[in-house]
Write a protein that binds this ligand. Structure first.
Ligand code: ADP
Ligand code: GLC
Length: 481
């Protein structure tokens, strides 16, 4: 039995701000339980819903020297859906209404989390063969493992890998304070290790010290080795390319299941969506106050509202697109300029545009179920889960060909009648609009073909089955023997 510990800053159902949480919540459920004992470690944020916090059991506590003094480290344990979760408790660091606060404070608290995640292991009696780190928040785990903990026999043979969910955020801070927070020796803060353009980078440290590096799609793994996508880490990733791979994400098909989804109005499957999906569409139009018109193509957009998601293209041509036979339903929060843009359009065209500037699990499911198409024109997209969910709910994705969007959405080819969505190559607003127009054209004038696209998408297997096997193979390879 191989023992794996996944470490992350967020995880469904406890805490989620984006797709990282979906991945960490789903992946451990899909490992072969005969061969892998995979557990998860997270911070115990006070903003985790009370129903979960109440079920956690105390698993030990101690004091750990960190940033100038001994600090409390508690550890709680909870089992859910056959997976064991551990939570690192320290209210000074993990209090507050959201998992992330300001940059300076986030750096310190995730440095603490990295060290504590290793320090708790003897207390909880779990000695993983491999720690699977995720994003910059866990970047110091491989660094601590190879530099501070390795001399203790408990940790000696432990391996680590790190998965890049996005390179956009790297956990950078000035070297002086990073030395103070981490207690790591000055000789680690050199350009071949943690130093990064004058600062120190947690993500870089993880990428340097992990035994293998992965990212969440093959295309993104190639993209990040180029300057545009590489966020200045492209040379390092190229240098590590012999142990750097892309493994595409899946979705949790227990949660995203149109045939068994209590959050939607009418359940449906790839066999009967032609009859029942329209019930969801009509109900969505009604709930959103849109014109009750089955002939309009309703386009959904469920997203963090940031420039990564291609919203500048949307801003550029949104009004022009509205002259088509379209309605839009937007659900998201994020940068104020995008929130205001969608509020403005919803106010101006209330029968054609609905904007919910909030976070809602329930409404997201209803949008995936009630829309005909789903727009995701991302500037970059390491993998993207929204388009996978949209495919599963029969909302035809319209995407830009980048990262995981390119790997998971097969463009419609009208000569062969193949494909599961519509896509365009360049980051260009009019190219996006032409693609939306093309989709709308097929929707309006060739409904039979459009429904075949829907059906092919719904039948694709984007569960974790295939990708969980790839992680298992990588774990085996890194652990050896
Ligand atoms: P990212 O991780 O970059 O935000 P992904 O496509 O990988 O993008 O994952 C986004 C996840 O977050 C999806 O499950 C999507 O449905 C969900 N999501 C994004 N915004 C919202 C929101 N406002 N309300 C509910 N779910 C949201
Ligand atoms: C990041 C990426 C997204 C990916 C998710 C989970 O948030 O932006 O593309 O799907 O992580 O890996």
């Amino acid at each position: 039995m191989k023992k794996i510990l996944l470490a992350a800053s967020e995880c469904v159902p406890f805490i989620k701000t984006g797709g990282l949480a979906d991945v960490v919540g789903a992946l451990p459920k899909y490992f072969d339980k005969e061969q892998f004992d995979a557990r998860v470690i997270l911070p115990k944020y006070t903003c985790i819903p009370e129903k979960y916090r109440n079920d956690m059991q105390f698993a030990g506590s101690f004091y750990m020297y960190f940033n100038g003094r001994d600090r409390y480290v508690g550890v709680m344990r909870l089992e859910l859906s056959g997976v064991t979760f551990y939570f690192v408790d320290n209210e000074e660091y993990f209090g507050g209404p959201s998992p992330y606060t300001d940059a300076r404070y986030d750096i310190e608290k995730f440095c603490f989390f990295c060290k504590a995640a290793l320090a708790v292991l003897p207390t909880i009696g779990f000695q993983p063969d491999l720690i699977h780190c995720n994003d910059w928040h866990t970047g110091l785990i491989p660094v601590y493992l190879k530099n501070e903990f390795h001399s203790d026999p408990f940790y000696a043979g432990m391996k680590s890998i790190i998965t890049i969910h996005t390179l956009r955020f790297q956990g950078q801070w000035n070297v002086k304070e990073m030395e103070q927070f981490t207690g790591l020796p000055n000789e680690l803060f050199t350009p071949d290790k943690l130093e990064f353009y004058g600062d120190a980078s947690m993500f870089k440290g993880g990428i340097v010290y992990a035994d293998a590096v992965t990212t969440v799609s093959e295309t993104y793994s190639r993209e990040v080795m180029t300057p545009f996508f590489g966020e200045r880490l492209d040379p390092l990733l190229s240098a590590r390319s012999n142990c750097f791979t892309g493994i595409v994400n899946g979705i949790d098909t227990e949660i995203f299941a149109p045939a068994h989804d209590p959050l939607i109005w009418k359940e449906y499957s790839a066999e009967d969506f032609r009859k029942y999906k329209k019930v969801n569409k009509a109900a969505l139009q009604k709930q959103m106050g849109l014109a009750a018109d089955p002939k309009k193509m309703v386009v959904g957009l469920v997203s963090r509202l940031t420039d990564q998601k291609g919203l500048d293209l949307v801003a550029r041509v949104f009004e022009e697109m509205l002259y088509e036979n379209l309605q839009f339903v937007i659900l998201g929060t994020g940068e104020k300029k995008y929130e205001d843009m969608f509020r403005y359009f919803a106010g101006r065209f209330p029968d054609r545009v609905a904007a919910c500037i909030t976070y809602s699990e329930e409404l997201s499911h209803r949008i995936y179920a009630g829309t005909d198409a789903f727009l995701m024109p991302s500037l970059f997209e390491p993998c993207g889960l929204s388009q996978l969910i949209a495919l599963r709910y029969g909302s035809v994705p319209i995407v830009r060909e980048t990262g995981g969007l390119k790997d998971t959405v097969q463009p419609y080819d009208e000569t062969k009648n193949t494909g599961t969505g519509f896509s365009f190559a360049n980051y260009n607003a009019h190219e996006m609009m032409a693609t939306v127009r093309y989709a709308e054209n097929v929707f309006t004038n060739d409904k039979r073909r459009f429904n075949q696209i829907v059906e092919r998408g719904m039948k694709m297997d984007y569960s974790w089955n295939a990708s969980a096997r790839k992680y298992e193979a990588l774990y085996d390879k890194v652990i050896g023997g």
